[in-house]
Design a protein around this ligand. Sequence first.
Ligand SMILES: C[S@@+](CC[C@H](N)C(=O)[O-])C[C@H]1O[C@@H](n2cnc3c(N)ncnc32)[C@H](O)[C@@H]1O
Length: 776
Amino acid sequence: METLKAAIPESLRRMIGESTTDDLPTTCSSLHHFFLHFEPFHQMVTDLADPKNSLCGKSEAAALESKQLGNHYFLREDYMKALNCYTKALRMAPLEAFGPEKNLVAILYINRATVLHKLNLLIECLRDCTRALQICPSYAKAWYRRGKANVSLGNHKDAICDLNVAKSMESSLSGKKQIESELKNISHQCEGATSGVQNEKNGLDTVDGMPQIKLQLVTTPDKGRGMTSSCDISPASLVHCEEPYAMIILKQCRETHCHYCLNDLPTDAVPCRSCSIPLYCSQQCQIQAGGQMFKIKPEDHGIFNSLPSDLGAYATGIILGNGSKHEIEDIPEHKHECQGVHWSIVLPSEIVLAGRVLAKFFHKSAYEDITYFVKSLELFHCYAQLPSDCKLDLHIYAIMLLYCLLHSCGARFSMDGVTMSQVVIIFSQIKVNCMTVVRIRSIDAHGLQDQFGKSLASGYLTSSVEQVRVGKAIYKDGSLFNHSCQPNVHAYFLSRTLCIRTTEVVAAGSQLELSYGPQVGLWNSKDRQAFLKDEYSFQCHCGACSEFNLSDIVLNAFRCVSLDCPGAVLDIRVIDWERWKIKHFPGADKVNMNDEIYKICPRLFNQNDGYAHNQPGYCLRCGSYRDLESSCTAVDNAWICIKRLQDAVTSKEISNTTISDALKSLRMLRSYLHSYNKHIAEGEDSLAQAFCTVGELQLAMDHCKASLLILEKLYNPDDIVIGFELVKLCSIQISMGDKIALESINRICDIFSRYYGLHAHSVFPYLQYLRKETEN
Ligand SMILES: C[S@@+](CC[C@H](N)C(=O)[O-])C[C@H]1O[C@@H](n2cnc3c(N)ncnc32)[C@H](O)[C@@H]1O
């Protein structure tokens, strides 16, 4: 990319940097013309898109190598390593390898099923057996392994059916005898047995039902289109649910999350059928993403004719998926990328996401004109306001993406200025409208993730709860919700579904606004504005940005040098910004004299003082002076030790010295920074985590409470951030046997219900563990 950029003549660069939407066909054509005669560009396209250079294709040799390694570990009873090797082999194995009788993929599924059985992962084992049978329905070993898994699961009726099919498919006499003896062993356990065929599911927990509230689209001069409701809405109401128009997994989650639904991958992940990159949590996700529906092969028709009719019907049901419905989207998301070529894993996620949007255009004959297609997306963009460098990047990526699509999947379109310009527009739309898909993850003090949802591993403390970014997606209607730094709705994701829920009462006619990232409490007003300008090219006009609030003042403030004074000392950036507010938002400085903000910085609101007393470095209450330069140096030095402690917590190598240095630094921070400064909260939280890890629970609780007290000043008391901190506190209280944990869990549940309604337990299974342990 840098080579391409550096080679572009300065005049062309400038023309692109200054371009508006109307100029795009010309600027794109000029850049394309330049690339046509620039060999490194063609080399790059060949590297990215020529199947001959493919690194992501299947390879029988590589699959066999991993299989052999898996067998080696299996014999040494190192089942976890064997499992990983078989999954790796499955990713590499071409479906057609070894032919229909003896199929490599089916063999690998059964090898992995055997390991899963050893690891007592029986449902996973059962699923792998079924997958092997769908490829080779007459595979006796697969029926046998399935029968054994069903025995362990107590599904005796199914086990007997599986073993009977296995017996009839088995060619060797000794094999048949072994199966017969298994059948004898289980036949007496059969009474009262259940049929437990496990269908794969990746379904959404729709316990909350669909939203009943009708939203209306309105347009305002300062924010453009936005969503409102015609009636009052109570808190925690589900107001919007939507499936994505296009979605993509983030690069760092490729090995840990399903490439279609973005949920955690199970141990029996399913690879893509045609390339070696995506992993899915189920065959259903794999089919939906790749569009390859399982079809029984003609040579397999009639394979169960020799079986008694009820057993034949049972076996057919298994290989056909027993009623599980696969609804494939008309344009499967991954199909056009799935030729083993690697542009889709190399190019940035947002560019590949644009490729997924474009695939819909190429495959839908309804849109003959790309301009009409892009218009029909009805997505806002602000190409003209983008920085010059960004415009240049979008031009280069547009040409490159179109070449990749042309070469790798044979998409048909003319490489003209209009087509290229519309791709630049799609990129600009994605820049503004794309949502980051997140999941909540809890990590206990010993580094174990989300153990609690699956098995209640008591004795562990959760020392951190975080939102993990797993994907990016375009939701067409969801993108109509505007931003507020004090949002009244909360967006979250269940598998691929976007859910939006009110977090407070929303009066009829008010806009429903979510946060695009920045929020009061997280950053001060100046930093929020800077972020929104950089990322979304707009100046925020939300209520929180046009008024004073305590959080914006104290978040990064220094303390007054007079020990008893609660006043705040601000640096030039913050104070200039707050002054700017007074100038641009008349009435913004009208605060109640009883409010805490007035006690901390009365001089900011004293009109008679003018600028005389609200200068950087001066206490906004008593006027004492603090030398900000030396204070910043001291804070930076103290922060180095806190950072060192955070690293030690991550690597779980915490020494007494690291803790005592961090404690000294925290004292130092307290002596320089305002007592509500966010850095102190972070320092307290880091010490709480460190003390959790070394088992000093009382100290962990003290620091956790100290952090919470500050966060309660910075955020609304019902904010989810407070909920996350309370989760830490509650798990420490439970570990200490403190009855007050009940109070904490009730507060946590209130907050989580407000943000997630009845979905709270599905998005954060750890809640159930906490509730159960508290009640115990
Ligand atoms: C995802 S779109 C939201 C829908 C958009 N208003 C429309 O008309 O399609 C994001 C764009 O909406 C506008 N916007 C959203 N929130 C805003 C806010 N708080 N202040 C000003 N503009 C805002 C900005 O132009 C931003 O780039």
